[in-house]
Design a protein around this ligand. Structure first.
Ligand code: M6R
Length: 646
């Protein structure tokens, strides 16, 4: 939640002609390679807008002091504001896109917030839990506040401490000192970035339980909530630890703890390129990311077995003896990632014979769960920053469990705080509704399950090789679905007026049904619910009335335990009560046509791999329906991509 960018560059003298007012993606560099703070910050905000779009704002240091512009609503509003009221050229700046917590999405509550008589500007991601107490204290000292935000209190505190340092005759980098002192007093989760007009060429940041990465340039340095904040300018990045302060100048990056003791970050190379985070000719990021899925699965599988076909997960740096002694697996995740975990549960239990629970991260630690040294926790998170999951990971580790993160974002917090990480290689996912990350998460969780089965001797090598061979065929099968998507798109568009859509599935099709419903809720803002098909007769069938659309994820007719026949019976039961059925079936399953108003076929696959295919038409359906309603599918209302508050 909230996107944060910071920039400082060295003045390279003559020839610099950075634009005074910018629109996103305009010239980022003048003829001599000089970046302007505003250009860099606006480009970073454009890429980070998926983190929050309630308001946006920037502040730069100019020859006349701090200048700021901020506007409620999407980034385009700020771009218009900058066009109407341009900012002067600058080499030091910060920028923010907001997902509102304290205070509504107004101009006044937008960041940056100013303090120290307008000489200091500060932006913030997170929640400052003791802001009310601090506000009372600072008000008592004569400070006044204009907004309803906790951020303005943090700005006030840093400004107040800065002034105190000046008045006490302190020397040196007072902004860093003031931020260190402020962070010692703040409770909660925060990333703060501050600039002060008396220290041009410096941006100072502090973080606790909230994301921040540093980008390293040549005569310039960057800060971002994640690497997309500076991906256009550098691929060299530094991840920071908890409770750290970082001060960037054009030529230096200095890291300390909150008490000023020197600290270090870890440098890493960003493998994503900027083009991967562009729409690439598609109407929306979501559409593009749906089309990225063959690659996302393919890349996640890549390089994970040796020449003899043995699965090799080099990143899984947990002692093999510990993995052999695991007697329970707990998957922790939220939203779509939790549905990926639910799909994986079927496979992991089947392959490894280890009891596997899937739990929503925010429910987990508040119910005194039974977790110990023999528990393997698998934390699934696309962003690697979801606060609920991060807190659950910490709790699980405190209880002695080992934690493996399945994550899509290098340099993020959850992998760093886990014992090991299995990265998904889906590439940057920008659309708020998760698509390619879901398929990549299932793929990675399957690799983990197969690896455990290999290690513990639950499966023979050739059995594992067979599953890997089936997995290797999945990208081409997803592509085949994408190439033949016109019918499902049309149906989605035709159903733009639906008030409610139900989804049914069984076995691995059940979490797929819930994921299909979630996509529709978050994109089209209509009632949608996923049920286990077998549960229907225990209550939900009462929802069926004439014309009720029901999407059914049909198991393969080749699957064991006659699940297919049972779901066909469910379809008949709901049709008898007026439901309009939309069935996702396996190619060759001719029997379902007689019981469905609409059938969409996906290529045949082993039952456990079917979710990697059956999910795709549901994504396309939700995208088409929401687009037909005229909604912004990349930035659905009230949501943010990365949920960094509890
Ligand atoms: O980054 P994470 O995978 O931890 O995010 C978890 C959920 O917030 C996320 O999957 C959310 O449900 C998506 N918007 C769903 O499309």
């Amino acid at each position: 939640m909230c996107g944060i960018v910071g920039y400082v560059g060295r003045d390279r003298g003559q020839g610099s002609s950075v634009l005074d007012s910018v629109a996103p993606a305009v010239d980022q560099e003048s003829a001599d390679g000089q970046h302007g703070a505003l250009d860099v910050v606006m480009e970073g905000l454009r890429r980070l807008e998926y983190r929050g779009y309630d308001s946006a704002g920037v502040a730069v240091i100019t020859a006349d002091g701090i200048e700021s512009r901020k506007k409620a609503g999407k980034l385009t509003n700020l771009v218009e504001e900058l066009a109407a009221d341009p900012l002067p050229r600058s080499l030091t700046g910060i920028g923010h896109t907001r997902w509102a917590t304290h205070g509504g999405p107004t101009d006044q509550n937008a960041h940056p917030h100013l303090a120290d008589g307008g000489k200091l500007a500060l932006i913030h991601n997170g929640i400052i839990e003791n802001y009310a107490e601090l506000k009372a204290e600072l008000t008592g000292e004569g400070l006044t506040f204009l907004s309803d935000t906790d951020t303005e209190v943090a700005a006030g505190l840093v400004g107040y401490l800065y002034r105190g340092l000046v008045e006490s005759g302190a020397q040196g980098d007072l902004l860093t000192l003031a931020l260190q002192q402020a962070c010692q007093r703040l409770h909660g989760a925060f990333t703060l970035l501050a600039i002060h007009q008396d220290q041009p060429g410096t941006v100072v940041a502090g973080r606790r339980n909230s994301p921040l990465v540093v980008g390293l340039g040549d005569g310039e340095n960057f800060l971002g909530s994640d690497v997309s904040g500076f991906i256009d300018f550098t691929r060299r990045a530094v991840e920071l630890g908890q409770d750290q302060i970082v001060t960037i100048t054009p030529d230096d990056v200095t890291i300390t703890d909150f008490f000023g003791a020197p600290a270090e970050g870890t440098e890493f190379h960003v493998s994503w390129d900027a083009a991967a985070a562009e729409k690439g000719g598609f109407e929306s990021f979501m559409e593009k990311e749906i089309h990225d899925q063959p690659d996302a699965v393919g890349q996640t599988l890549l390089g994970r077995s040796d020449v003899s076909g043995r699965l090799v997960l080099d990143e899984l740096r947990i002692d093999e003896s510990i993995l052999r002694s695991v007697d329970k697996i707990v998957v922790l995740a939220c939203g779509t990632s939790a549905y990926a975990g639910q799909v994986a549960k079927y496979a992991i239990e089947h392959w490894c014979r280890i009891p596997t629970e899937v739990e929503l991260s925010h429910e987990f630690r508040y119910r005194d769960p039974i977790v110990n040294e023999k528990t393997l926790v698998v934390a699934i998170s696309q962003s690697g920053e979801t606060m609920d999951t991060l807190m659950a990971v910490r709790y699980a580790r405190e209880q002695g469990a080992k934690v493996v993160a399945i994550c899509n974002t290098n340099g993020s917090t959850i992998p760093r705080e886990s014992d090991a990480v299995l990265y998904t290689h889906a590439g940057p996912e920008i659309a708020v509704a998760s698509t390619k990350a879901f398929l990549a998460q299932i793929t990675a969780a399957y690799l983990l399950g197969l690896y455990l089965a290999q290690l513990r001797g639950n499966k023979f090598r050739d059995e594992i090789a067979d599953v890997l061979a089936d997995l290797a065929e999945i990208p081409a099968k997803i592509q085949a679905i994408l190439d033949d998507a016109e019918k499902i798109k049309q149906l989605g568009a035709d159903m733009a007026n639906a008030k409610s859509v139900l989804f049914l599935g069984r076995h691995v099709g059940f979490p797929v049904a819930m994921e299909g419903a979630l996509k529709l809720k978050e994109l089209a803002y209509i009632h949608a619910e996923g049920f286990a098909a077998g549960e229907l007769k225990h209550g939900p069938i009462a929802l069926i009335e004439e014309g009720q659309p029901v999407v059914v994820v049909m198991p393969s007719p080749r699957a064991r335990d006659s699940l297919h026949a049972k779901v066909v019976s469910n379809v008949q039961e709901i049709r008898a009560r007026g439901a309009v059925t939309i069935v996702i079936a396996e190619e060759g399953d001719t029997s379902v046509a007689a019981y469905s108003e609409h059938v969409f076929y996906v290529p045949a696959s082993p039952t456990l791999l079917a979710p990697l295919l059956t999910t795709v038409p549901l994504q396309i359906f939700a995208l088409a329906l929401a687009s037909a309603k005229g909604y912004d599918v990349d930035q659905p209302r009230n949501l943010a991509k990365s949920v960094t508050v509890e």
